[in-house]
Design a protein around this ligand. Structure first.
Ligand SMILES: *Cc1c(COP(=O)(O)O)cnc(C)c1O
Length: 359
């Protein structure tokens, strides 16, 4: 068993680099509720510039960033169209309903990717007894579909058609830089038509804390008040923004390494007995595989992996998610593959010998 486990539970487990620690220690700070923290202001200006928008807002988490945008764009009692496995629907404490008072209208995307055809069918007709659709929310990359990427033309078409239908469009772009790396495109062109974008500094980009919202000046002003309403007004947040700035400038450049490592892991896993996945579908840094045929549930399989020094998370009873990130090297991925291969082969042997015992 490895001394320190190789942690593939999420790309959020990354620790701040020595450079980030230094920048945090030396950050110039002020009270950000008075908008007087120079480091937060620099981070916000830089994020707005990179995305080609008027303004940006630093928020404590991706969940808060998404919720702030949902509240900014809607009134209670309205509907939001999203994929059936969207993070805002399944992993954000139902804040959409419980806090924003919104009704999710779910659409089954193919690998998490929605089409305008599907979305248009989910828009409520304008009848007095029907709740009205206010917003469409897309997720790029799509987490629980395995890090899948929206073709830019499709995302743009959805935004254009939604706007024609009088709807707004929010992008949960927590891993938008992973999508940009896969597409060899710039986030500015990929996201310019969305009414708001949330992206995480705290995932593959490597910051310890924080997300950004980008959009128009008017939207960001509204979002600042809603962030305060939710208790997300921070004071000398420059110590966090200093790490965020380094994540934003340097994080995107190395995401291709994580993608190569995820592809390697996927190809290795696909050859193991009882493990099912299609490695051709792994586009970014997330690998989801099915272990049903090993005879174990995902939780049981993960407990066995953990004993061999490898950590992942269950997606459902049969599926496991593993995420590559900057604290995982290619050699680590090779160790992960070897450990899981040993586990899968031992389970396969015990299955093959089971009928003998019964005979
Ligand atoms: C991680 C993530 C978020 C936000 O997560 P926080 O933990 O609140 O920062 C939102 N959407 C997706 C798709 C994510 O992967």
């Amino acid at each position: 068993m490895a001394a320190t486990p190789i942690d593939l539970r999420s790309d959020t487990v990354t620790k701040p680099s020595p450079e980030m620690r230094r920048a945090m220690a030396e950050a110039e700070v002020g009270d950000d509720v008075f908008m007087e923290d120079p480091t937060v202001n620099r981070l916000q200006a830089r994020a707005a510039e990179i995305f080609g928008r008027e303004a940006a807002l630093f928020v404590p988490s991706g969940s808060m960033g998404n919720l702030v945008c949902l509240i900014a764009h809607t009134r209670p009692g309205q509907e939001v169209i999203c994929d059936e496995n969207a993070h805002i629907y399944s992993y954000e404490m139902a804040a959409m309903a419980g806090v924003a008072g919104l009704l999710p209208r779910l659409v089954p995307g193919e690998d998490g990717i929605l089409t305008w055809e599907q979305i248009s069918r989910a828009i409520r007709p304008r009848m007095y007894a029907r709740a009205q659709t206010a917003l469409v929310c897309l997720e790029n990359t799509h987490n629980m579909a395995g890090g899948t990427v929206y073709p830019t033309r499709l995302a743009q078409e959805i935004c254009e058609r939604a706007h024609e239908a009088g709807l707004l469009v929010h992008l949960d772009g927590s891993r938008i830089f992973n999508a940009a790396t896969f597409l060899h495109e710039h986030v500015r062109g990929m996201t310019g038509k969305f009414d708001s974008v949330q992206f995480c500094l705290s995932k593959g980009l490597g910051a310890p804390v924080g997300s950004m919202i980008v959009g128009s000046g008017a939207l960001i002003e509204r979002c600042r008040s809603i962030r305060k309403l939710l208790g997300g007004g921070m004071r000398q947040a420059g110590v966090l923004a200093a790490a965020g700035l380094i994540a934003l400038e340097k994080g995107p450049q190395r995401l291709g390494i994580d993608h190569e490592n995820a592809t390697l892991l996927a190809h290795e896993l696909a050859r193991m007995p009882g493990i099912r996945l299609n490695p051709a579908k792994v586009q970014t840094n997330i690998v989801i595989y099915d272990v049903r045929e090993t005879g174990l549930s995902s939780a049981e399989f993960l407990a066995e992996s953990a004993r061999r020094g490898v950590l992942g998370v269950p997606v459902d009873r049969d599926k496991i998610r593993m995420v590559t990130h900057l604290d995982v090297s290619r050699a680590d991925v090779e160790r992960v593959a070897a450990a899981i291969c040993e586990l899968a082969e031992s389970l396969s042997l015990s299955r093959a010998s089971a009928p003998m015992k019964n005979a």
